[in-house]
Design a protein around this ligand. Structure first.
Ligand code: SF4
Ligand code: SF4
Length: 94
Protein backbone atom coordinates (compact mmCIF):
# COMPACT_ATOMS: atom_id res chain seq x y z
CA UNK A 1 0.00 0.00 0.00
CA UNK A 2 1.25 3.44 -0.85
CA UNK A 3 2.07 5.62 2.12
CA UNK A 4 0.43 8.97 2.34
CA UNK A 5 3.23 11.52 1.93
CA UNK A 6 2.80 15.16 2.73
CA UNK A 7 3.05 17.48 -0.24
CA UNK A 8 6.10 19.73 -0.05
CA UNK A 9 4.71 22.11 -2.64
CA UNK A 10 4.28 25.51 -1.09
CA UNK A 11 1.05 27.35 -1.57
CA UNK A 12 1.11 29.72 -4.52
CA UNK A 13 0.05 33.29 -3.78
CA UNK A 14 -1.40 35.10 -6.76
CA UNK A 15 -2.10 38.80 -6.34
CA UNK A 16 -3.84 41.26 -8.59
CA UNK A 17 -3.24 44.95 -8.00
CA UNK A 18 -6.78 46.35 -7.93
CA UNK A 19 -5.44 49.89 -8.00
CA UNK A 20 -4.47 49.04 -11.60
CA UNK A 21 -7.14 46.58 -12.71
CA UNK A 22 -10.51 46.53 -10.97
CA UNK A 23 -12.93 48.99 -9.48
CA UNK A 24 -10.16 51.43 -8.43
CA UNK A 25 -7.98 51.08 -11.49
CA UNK A 26 -7.92 52.45 -14.98
CA UNK A 27 -8.52 48.99 -16.45
CA UNK A 28 -11.96 47.39 -16.46
CA UNK A 29 -11.25 43.65 -16.55
CA UNK A 30 -14.25 43.14 -18.85
CA UNK A 31 -12.28 45.02 -21.51
CA UNK A 32 -9.19 42.83 -21.12
CA UNK A 33 -9.44 39.40 -19.40
CA UNK A 34 -6.16 38.30 -21.04
CA UNK A 35 -5.05 36.67 -17.78
CA UNK A 36 -8.18 34.51 -17.68
CA UNK A 37 -7.83 33.50 -21.29
CA UNK A 38 -4.14 32.58 -20.89
CA UNK A 39 -4.62 30.38 -17.82
CA UNK A 40 -5.11 26.74 -18.78
CA UNK A 41 -6.25 25.47 -15.35
CA UNK A 42 -8.74 28.38 -15.05
CA UNK A 43 -7.51 29.82 -11.76
CA UNK A 44 -9.27 33.17 -12.24
CA UNK A 45 -12.88 34.24 -12.04
CA UNK A 46 -14.34 37.61 -12.99
CA UNK A 47 -17.14 38.95 -10.81
CA UNK A 48 -18.86 42.17 -9.71
CA UNK A 49 -16.91 43.69 -6.83
CA UNK A 50 -18.59 42.77 -3.54
CA UNK A 51 -20.03 45.67 -1.60
CA UNK A 52 -20.27 48.03 -4.53
CA UNK A 53 -23.77 47.07 -5.63
CA UNK A 54 -25.35 49.53 -3.18
CA UNK A 55 -23.53 52.42 -4.82
CA UNK A 56 -24.77 51.47 -8.22
CA UNK A 57 -28.01 52.64 -9.73
CA UNK A 58 -29.00 49.25 -11.05
CA UNK A 59 -27.88 46.28 -8.91
CA UNK A 60 -28.65 43.97 -11.82
CA UNK A 61 -26.21 45.85 -14.04
CA UNK A 62 -23.07 46.14 -11.90
CA UNK A 63 -20.37 48.46 -13.20
CA UNK A 64 -17.52 47.51 -10.85
CA UNK A 65 -15.79 44.27 -11.70
CA UNK A 66 -12.59 42.56 -10.65
CA UNK A 67 -10.71 39.35 -11.29
CA UNK A 68 -9.97 37.06 -8.36
CA UNK A 69 -7.53 34.12 -8.46
CA UNK A 70 -9.98 31.86 -6.68
CA UNK A 71 -8.49 28.47 -7.53
CA UNK A 72 -4.87 29.23 -6.57
CA UNK A 73 -4.13 25.62 -5.69
CA UNK A 74 -4.55 24.72 -9.38
CA UNK A 75 -1.77 27.12 -10.45
CA UNK A 76 1.07 25.40 -12.28
CA UNK A 77 3.32 28.51 -12.06
CA UNK A 78 3.52 28.73 -15.82
CA UNK A 79 3.49 32.59 -15.61
CA UNK A 80 1.42 32.91 -18.77
CA UNK A 81 -0.94 35.30 -16.96
CA UNK A 82 1.96 37.57 -15.96
CA UNK A 83 3.27 37.57 -19.52
CA UNK A 84 -0.21 38.29 -20.88
CA UNK A 85 -1.06 41.18 -18.54
CA UNK A 86 -0.40 44.45 -20.37
CA UNK A 87 -0.45 46.41 -17.08
CA UNK A 88 1.88 44.22 -14.98
CA UNK A 89 -0.91 43.95 -12.43
CA UNK A 90 -0.26 40.32 -11.44
CA UNK A 91 2.38 39.00 -9.07
CA UNK A 92 2.97 35.39 -8.06
CA UNK A 93 5.02 34.16 -5.11
CA UNK A 94 5.29 31.08 -2.91
S1 SF4 B 1 0.91 31.12 -13.49
FE1 SF4 B 1 -0.14 29.94 -15.12
S2 SF4 B 1 -1.46 28.50 -14.01
FE2 SF4 B 1 -0.84 30.08 -12.54
S3 SF4 B 1 -2.50 31.57 -12.56
FE3 SF4 B 1 -0.95 32.26 -14.06
S4 SF4 B 1 -1.57 31.39 -16.06
FE4 SF4 B 1 -2.70 30.31 -14.44
S1 SF4 C 1 -4.50 40.68 -17.91
FE1 SF4 C 1 -4.02 42.24 -16.33
S2 SF4 C 1 -5.10 44.07 -16.99
FE2 SF4 C 1 -5.98 42.34 -18.13
S3 SF4 C 1 -7.73 41.68 -16.90
FE3 SF4 C 1 -5.98 40.46 -16.24
S4 SF4 C 1 -5.11 41.57 -14.48
FE4 SF4 C 1 -6.44 42.98 -15.60
Amino acid sequence: MMSKSKSKKKRTKIKIDYSICGEEGKIDPRDCSLCMRSCDPAVFVMHPTLGTEEKQEDPYDPQDWRITPIWGSLCTRCFKCIEACPEKAITISW
